[in-house]
Design a protein around this ligand. Structure first.
Ligand code: PEP
Ligand code: CO
Length: 468
């Protein structure tokens, strides 16, 4: 008989066992028909090397602490659901390019350091509101993301396959490897930023404004380099990976004890967040996240009461640690002005400084007349406006935005400068889950946010130690 898989960096009593987590009956988990196959996969995952280094998670936490204290702004974005098929150079490059372009717009136009975080390299599992999907007279299990089953509407594809968890690890590793190469190897050099969007239609308002910014930055950089400023500072970018920690088995298997500090970190991503559907105070997701030293996010939707949110921040941030918690609020355009203030006030009253991030996507989804799950760009900007107004009236810092976007010119959200109509949605509707902003819409949002930030009376005071 072969020996049982040896687990290296085994987790200790500081982390609840997988059995203990399952005893809490976690919601939104796939049921597999072969438990032995699951055990085998988890054993393999436990022995694989970390995807990120715990020290990088600490660096991100330090940057988030700046954002929590009003000295930086968070840009978190990427796919709703990553797919194995989109682990290609062009797809990864496209997503990175749009995020870096948005970051430059925010940094330059609003003069705010930007903490850059992708919904990338691990965002493969989805919570679903319905267990089943019916098409015509056929009903099959819902698609739960490439981490769990396949998107094709067949019995075979929709079967939960634990082998996919290994594919998640490999796809995340390949993605992160290219992201690191691009952000540290020269692609992200500020001096080449005009080429990132060189294929834009020249006449569009957004591209004209982007061109103007790149020209100004080029001149400023040339000046600084002529003055003797080290040009290495413009060559590389710090970029972090995040995903929703949905699958308890996978996230537990990617938890390791950091040899430097003897503390537990999830090494499958720098920041993990708990979704709006899985944030039960006594649930397995909160229990696992409590044990990790990574910076954490929690999605906060309109069903959360101020007391619920206070209980969550107390459980997840008992030490009032700056940068530990990011509350990603997704109230919807119509509710943000009424639902957000009591939550901010209640959390502020605990004495903590958390990062307040606006997700203007998830509270604004609707079905178009022609049957597409979509969002309106006007609702997205309306929620962002409401978020800034609420913070302005409370004197708190609007710490960032969280968006679903892609580098491609898809047609999934209506509106924006391109005035995308419902009848245009069919043209390039490619998402397997929620509708994403396309590249132009994303940049347009960045300009809108930059305008709001630069109009604020309160300015970030301390840029020291932050990259662009
Ligand atoms: C998501 O971010 O894709 C998601 C499912 O969000 P929420 O948990 O806020 O519904
Ligand atoms: Co989504």
């Amino acid at each position: 008989m072969r020996p049982k898989t040896v687990t290296v960096d085994a987790v200790t009593d500081t982390v609840p066992s997988l059995d203990a987590l399952h005893a809490l009956r976690p919601v939104q988990q796939p049921v597999y028909d072969d438990p032995e196959a699951v055990d085998k996969v988890l054993g393999q995952l436990r022995s694989l090397p970390p995807l990120v280094f715990a020290g990088e998670c600490d660096d991100l936490k330090a940057k988030l602490a700046e954002a929590a204290q009003g000295r930086a702004f968070i840009l978190q974005g990427g796919d709703c659901a990553e797919t194995f098929d989109a682990v290609t150079a062009s797809s990864i490059r496209g997503r990175l390019r749009v995020l870096l372009s948005m970051a430059v717009v925010l940094t330059y136009a609003a003069e705010v350091p930007v903490v850059k975080i992708g919904r990338i390299a691990g965002q493969f599992a989805k919570p679903r509101s319905a267990e089943w999907e019916t098409r015509g007279d056929v009903t099959l299990p819902a698609y739960r993301g490439d981490a769990v089953n396949g998107f094709d509407f067949t019995v075979e594809a929709r079967r939960n396959d634990p082998g996919r968890l290994l594919q998640v690890y490999n796809a995340s590793a390949a993605t992160l490897n290219l992201v690191r190469a691009f952000t540290k190897g020269g692609f992200a050099d500020l001096r080449s930023m005009h080429s990132w969007n060189a294929d834009f239609v020249r006449t569009a308002h957004v591209s004209a404004r982007y061109e103007q910014i790149t020209a100004e930055i080029d001149r400023a950089l040339a000046f600084m380099i002529a003055c003797g400023v080290e040009d290495d500072a413009f060559r590389t970018v710090d970029f972090y990976a995040s995903h929703e920690a949905l699958l308890i088995d996978y996230e537990h298997a990617l938890t390791r004890i950091d040899s430097r500090t003897a503390s537990a970190y999830n090494v499958g991503g720098h920041l993990l967040w708990i979704g709006d559907r899985t944030r039960q105070l006594d649930g397995a997701h909160v229990e696992l996240m409590k044990a990790l030293r990574n910076p954490l996010g929690v999605k906060v939707g309109p069903s959360a009461s101020p007391a619920d949110v206070v209980a969550l921040v107390e459980a997840l941030d008992p030490d009032h640690e700056p940068g530990r918690l990011t509350l990603i609020c997704r109230m919807g355009a119509s509710q943000v002005r009424s639902a957000l203030p009591p939550i901010i006030e209640a959390v502020e009253a605990t004495g903590r400084k958390v990062c307040w991030v606006c997700d203007p996507m998830h509270g604004n989804t609707f079905s178009s007349a022609n049957g597409y799950k979509t969002r309106s760009f006007a609702d997205v900007t309306e929620e962002v406006d409401g978020f800034f107004d609420v913070h302005a009236s409370l004197g708190t810092w609007p710490g960032g935005i969280h968006v679903e976007l892609t580098g491609d010119d898809v047609t999934e959200c209506v509106g924006g400068v391109g005035e995308l109509k419902e009848e245009d949605l069919a043209h390039r509707y490619e998402t397997l889950c929620d509708p994403r902003l396309n590249r132009t819409q994303s940049l347009e949002l960045a300009f809108m946010v930059a305008d709001r930030l630069s109009a604020m009376e309160r300015r970030p005071m301390d840029f020291v130690g932050m990259d662009f």
